[in-house]
Ligand binder design. Sequence first.
Ligand code: FES
Length: 569
Amino acid sequence: MNKMRKQVASYGDEGFSHFLRKAFARHMGHEASDWEKPVIGICNTQSEVNRCHTHFDRIVDSIKRGVLMSGGIPLEFPTISLGESFTSPTTMLYRNLAAMDTEEMVRAQPLDGVVLIGGCDKMTPAQLMGAASADIPAIMITGGPMENGEYEGRTLGACSDCRHFWQEYRSGTINEEELEEINQSLAPTAGHCMVMGSASTMAVASEALGMMLPGGAAIPATDNRKLAEAQAVGKQIVSLVEQDLTPSKIMTEKAIENAVKMLMAVGGSTNAVVHLIAIAGRLGIPLSLETFDEIGKETPFIANLRPAGEYQMQEFYRAGGAKAVMKELADYFHVNEITVTGATHSENLKEVNISPVYRHIIRPVDDPLHAGEGLAVLKGNLAPDGAVIKPKAASEELLKHEGRAVVFESTEDMQAKINDPDLDVTAEDVLVLKNTGPVGAPGMPEAGMLPLPKKLLEQGVRDMVRISDCRMSGTAFGTVVLHVAPEAAIGGPLALVQNGDGISLDVNERKLELLISEEELNDRKKSWKEPTQTKAARGYTKLYQEHVLQADKGCDFDFLVDQATNKKS
Ligand code: FES
């Protein structure tokens, strides 16, 4: 069908609608016959308020060139753009809004295929969720990671070092001048955060899902090969349209498992747990926390990347990036899954070789960085529906720990008390933060790496067990238990913890327990009152709080999840 006639605006007269569109398309220099060709949308999330996406212009130009070379018509359009440190209260509140924007614009416009360009943490999952639901041929490309920063001969990475040096400043080991100098080099070039944080994790997960051209995830934003990738994407999307290869044919159950395997192999961000469950949910594929735990146990952790390892995306790219990881993991991967190249992973990876020069960055599966456990899922009376921890970013000696709870009712409460010299806290205690889950905060902010009490920092303490119902940046580290479900704001057991309660964490046994009797827990439950101060009275936040699912279900809206998934889970 000529796309001039596809998805026309509804004026109640199709002929008139087409007539009108033809007149308006002439303004773009298009004739109706041009639209016999594949019409390719380029979903551009460039924004000056999202610093990780400011450089997209040239990438988009290259995509367009590729589309034209292959005989398609490129039409660029904008959607919501979410920059992590420029969005209040948290980008996670708006991930679903961005996913809805993507889905609806892709579906509403007369497109045959779409190229999604994202990068910053929430954009890649939001775009994949939207593409999964709209289900027309789509390819994901990210803007690429930043180059490394440097301070006094030491490599800097956003934002693991933002956190590290801020903690050192608070503990008094560096001064304000040094902090300012470091600040200038933390985010030195265009691109997204360059450690294996959420942005890099979702980029490599996209490659494992089959939704990105092989090798694309790690190409630095400043490398000219990013433009070559963009041009190749433009060419390939036209071919995908001809094959009618849609996201639901690519993001199969096995492809989703591949993404989980990738997450474990690179020691990726805990945020990917929530995002992958949400993407799978759009496709009617139930993905449980148990699956993450099982895959985590059996997948070798082979990429030596910060925050769990030593290197950053720049070095990872030179070592071969995600395709080298997939090649190395071939025996663990579902290599026969189809990808956006129109071929399987197995076919895509035929020519991939990993140079011995880079074996310290991507290790062989028989000599991994760690045997497994990129992530662990905990359960117990404190988290009946689960919680997650990144054991390799934690302190080994704290992975089995019993301590006294020091409770903060909210982030505001924590901020008011954490620097108080009179705060009753020791290094053996367990810091507990409540009401920061999907409904409670709202939006489940990345506040899970609770700052350590100043008086303990000054004594040299650098890690403690911390538990909350919120998330943690993929660039963060520490013995941090996250995503406790159900969350405190809807009456989960976390809401019932009191100062001085005993808490037991045993990562090996996958246990998280509040050491009080069931009777006491039930009594507290009866007197629990729902917090009202965080309930929005109107607007998007109200919609969000009324419909968001818990962390173990991916935090999507209940009405956006594929109905089949709702029934199965
Ligand atoms: Fe955009 Fe880190 S702030 S990826």
